[in-house]
Ligand binder design. Structure first.
Ligand code: NAP
Length: 256
């Protein structure tokens, strides 16, 4: 165990932890909880995390497979006991822009980013509500605040997650279960490495994971970073449509 401050959880399950934000968070939690269960499709990357760790255990999983999610959750609980922190970081990003509006891209984005989250919630929420405790974080994005060019599929899934979290929060809170929605701006991960457009205020993944952990420890409902960018996006969310579309035309479409 680490000599850092104790954390308020015993067993965490991070889904989407083979790379990026999920992997960075797993490394931050390693040695500070009894178990850090990590899931994603890439068993090889999860096993590499496990090999270099004290408490990380690999549970490979495709989050779109509802019965596999149920089986994986049962396996984790049978080995590690009740999971009291669940972080849903699995996600996929695909440019979708007119005229090429391929339904497959929308379906895949929804299956991973939205239904994948639902598949996990369906398993963990009833147990947490029965126990009257537990914490869940859903990683959405500031791309869910307003529609952005290229993000017709991705943004829609993230907007759906923001709405889902708002819908569930009060009833979970009433039963002692904490739900957080995490809305990052740009973070340096394999997901953003493919982007060929400007990414203002992009932040290193380890700093982003620190900010995520900080928000989780404080049980914040909404966790955002980097702050300068997310505050701009929050302001932009309040603008009337005519001004918003002018900004998009002037600053986003012309620079892409
Ligand atoms: N990076 C950013 O700037 C940024 C900004 C806002 C929001 N986000 C959100 O933050 C979350 C983490 O993204 P990231 O930036 O860390 O990207 P990343 O490095 O690409 O991580 C995505 C993770 O999701 C996993 N995953 C993808 N499909 C999956 C599936 N079907 N089943 C299980 N796991 C799956 C990937 O692992 P496998 O491929 O091994 O399955 C990987 O571990 C995502 O929800 C993303 O939308 C990122």
């Amino acid at each position: 165990m680490s000599d850092k401050e104790p954390l308020p959880w015993r067993a965490a399950w991070i889904v989407g932890a083979s790379t990026g934000l999920g992997a960075a968070l797993a490394k931050l939690l390693d040695g500070r909880l009894a178990t850090v269960a990590v899931s994603a499709r890439s068993a090889e990357k999860l096993n590499a995390l496990h090999s270099a760790s004290q408490t990380i255990v690999a549970y490979p999983l495709d989050i779109t497979d509802e019965s596999a999610v149920a089986q994986c959750y049962r396996e984790i609980e049978s080995k590690a006991g009740p999971v009291d922190l669940v972080v849903l970081s699995a996600g996929t990003w695909e440019v979708v822009t007119p005229p090429d509006l391929d339904p497959k891209a929308f379906r895949n984005s929804m299956e991973v980013n939205f239904m994948g989250v639902v598949n996990v919630l369906a398993q963990v929420v009833p147990d947490m509500m029965k126990r009257g405790s537990g914490q869940i974080a859903i990683i959405s994005s500031v791309a869910g605040y307003r529609g952005l060019p290229k993000a017709a599929a991705y943004g829609a899934t993230k907007a759906a997650l923001i709405n889902l979290a708002e819908s569930l929060y009060p009833e979970l809170e009433a039963k002692g279960v904490t739900l957080s929605i995490v809305n990052p701006g740009f973070v340096e991960t394999p997901m953003t490495a493919v982007n060929d457009f400007p990414m203002p205020f992009i932040m290193p993944v380890d700093a982003a994971a620190e900010r995520l952990l900080h928000g989780l420890e404080r049980k914040r409902y909404e966790i955002t970073f980097p702050r300068r960018f997310t505050w701009i996006m929050k302001f932009v969310r309040l603008l009337p449509n005519a001004i918003y579309f002018w900004i998009v035309r002037r600053f986003i479409l012309q620079s892409s």
